[in-house]
Ligand binder design. Structure first.
Ligand code: NAD
Length: 496
């Protein structure tokens, strides 16, 4: 991967041309009614491009194109090996265009360019490659039946899949949906967040270049209304969603109101990161805790936003956390040395600042607690509060660089605090006692438990998803294919 300097990224940004149209049935098109919305660079508050705002007519066109493609088998009817070949080419093209895609992601979201390259784009290419490589290796079952019966259990693509995704890792979260959905043979409608549509729009052309047939990969930019139209559509067979719990509930209601489409939800979190007195290395735990909440400006579903620290190591931990937070000083996202970028937009920036004000009322500010570079863009200093489990900042998802640190006395108390949440996405435990680590991990009601690390989640072999109101189903791993396929039992009575 070429290493560019700050100046080179700035020069590329100045020259960048933005495609803002929808991608339907193999072509870029404006919204039928001509509506657009602006996408803004949060690092400097400058508009980047006008984006097509897809309404009913666009959704109808795209669903019809996806349905036609699915029914005539131009993709769904290919041998898995053929789909694999095309998807491997797609992964290769993503890698070839890594700089451009990372630049678009950084300009649109404010995330540091090094993260956009190393995490978002690299993770997207890896995800597409992983599902490409998997799809010609997974077979069905021949169940044990009576001697006069022969049966098979097979997985078939579900049909037309809509993916409605958020803005924190726009391309990566999209790929966790579109890679398994496409590998399984479905047609896809991707609805990126209105805050970050640029990479989804751009990648559609790469999908086409790789050989994904027209009508199979469609991108419908728009706000929540576009997502709602997809959730209500009777010819969409499955809706895979990543976003807030509040919108997830609305999507489920839309499915219930329309055609009972399969709904898969990856939602919010308030993940506990538990540091016990026998933690192997307090400084390391504090560095990981800082990464767990300040990486990606804290705009992470799996953010370790509740750090539970046992009293024996509390003072040492707080000192180390403050020091580790220094590595996340907000700066220009186009500078490869920047550890933390800008908050995605004004709305989210104000939301986070409001929570900081609430925190100042109900808890003790440990560090941070203010906006920075206010004349330039939407930047917030890494912030930590020392608090108790019942405060709003310790219970509600803030989705910004704000950490609630909670002291505790016993491991039992920590588990009770950790599980006392509507969410159950992730958790972590720090202890040098392996048995204790496993025993505590079993008691944590969360889809992922890290032991002596935080957010080590890049490997596609690990399923990702939530307990409770953090969602249902799992992204990543072979389990993700379950979301995009129907199971069929076929039974033959043998004449013997
Ligand atoms: P959001 O729920 O506001 O929006 C997500 C997507 O849903 C966007 O594309 C939006 O346009 C669309 N949408 C909004 N209203 C809709 C409606 N009524 N019907 C259909 N679609 C609608 O979430 P966000 O602010 O983009 O993202 C932040 C949230 O996402 C956080 O809660 C975070 O925890 C969650 N998230 C979860 C995961 C995970 O894997 N569990 C990953 C990333 C983000």
């Amino acid at each position: 991967m070429p290493r560019l300097t700050h100046q080179q990224w700035q020069a590329l940004a100045a020259r960048q041309i933005f495609e803002g149209r929808a991608f339907i049935d193999g072509a870029y098109v404006a919204a039928v009614d001509g509506k657009t919305f602006a996408t803004v660079n949060p690092a400097n508050k400058q508009p980047l491009a006008d984006i097509a705002e897809c309404g009913t007519a666009d959704v109808e066109r795209a669903v019809a194109a996806a349905r036609a493609a699915f029914e005539d088998g131009r993709w769904s009817g290919l041998a898995p090996l053929q789909r694999k070949t095309v998807l491997l080419k797609f992964a290769e093209l993503i890698r070839e265009h890594a700089d451009e895609l990372a630049l678009l992601e950084t300009l649109d979201t404010g995330k540091p360019i090094s993260d956009a390259l190393g995490v978002d784009v690299a993770g997207t290419a890896y995800c597409v490659q992983w599902f490409a490589e998997a799809i010609d290796k997974v077979g069905g079952e021949v169940p044990p039946l009576a001697p006069n019966l022969h049966g098979t259990v097979t997985r078939e693509p579900i049909g037309v899949v809509a993916a409605v995704v958020p803005w924190n890792f726009p391309l990566l979260m999209a790929s966790w949906k579109f890679a398994p959905a496409l590998a399984a043979g479905n047609s896809l409608l991707l609805k990126p967040s209105e805050k970050s549509p640029l990479t989804a729009i751009r990648i559609a052309a790469l999908a086409q270049q790789a050989g994904i047939p027209d009508g199979v990969f469609n991108v419908l930019p728009g706000a929540g209304e576009t997502g709602r139209l997809l959730a209500l559509h009777r010819d969409v067979d499955c809706l895979a969603f990543t976003g807030s719990t509040a919108v997830g509930k609305k999507i489920m209601a839309c499915a219930a109101e329309s055609n009972l489409k399969r709904v898969w939800l990856e939602l919010g979190g308030k993940s506990p990161n538990i540091v016990l007195d026998d933690c192997p290395d307090v400084a390391q735990a504090a560095r990981a805790a800082a990464g767990g909440i300040f990486f990606n400006q804290g705009e992470m579903c799996s953010a370790g936003s509740r750090v539970l620290v046992q009293r024996g190591v509390y003072a040492e931990f707080m000192a180390e956390l403050k020091q580790a937070a220094e590595g996340y000083r907000p700066g220009d996202p186009l500078n490869p040395a920047t550890g933390m970028g800008a908050i995605v937009d004004e709305l989210q920036y104000r939301r986070v600042l409001d929570y900081i004000e609430i925190g100042k009322q109900e808890a003790k500010l440990a560090f941070g607690g203010h906006a920075v570079h206010t004349d330039t863009g939407y930047y917030i200093a890494p912030t930590a509060f020392e608090t108790t489990p019942d405060t709003r900042i310790a219970r509600e998802e803030i989705f910004g660089p704000v950490c609630a640190v909670i002291p505790f006395d016993s491991a039992d108390e920590a588990i009770a605090i950790a599980n006392d949440s509507d969410y159950g996405l992730a958790a972590a435990v720090w202890t040098r006692d392996v048995s204790r680590a496993h025993l505590l991990a079993r008691r944590l009601r969360a889809g992922t438990v890290w032991i002596n690390c935080y957010d080590e989640g890049g490997d596609q072999n690990l399923p990702f998803g939530g307990y409770k109101q953090s969602g249902n189903g799992r992204d990543k791993s072979l389990h993700a294919l379950e979301k995009y396929t129907e199971l069929k039992s076929t039974l033959l009575k043998l004449s013997c």
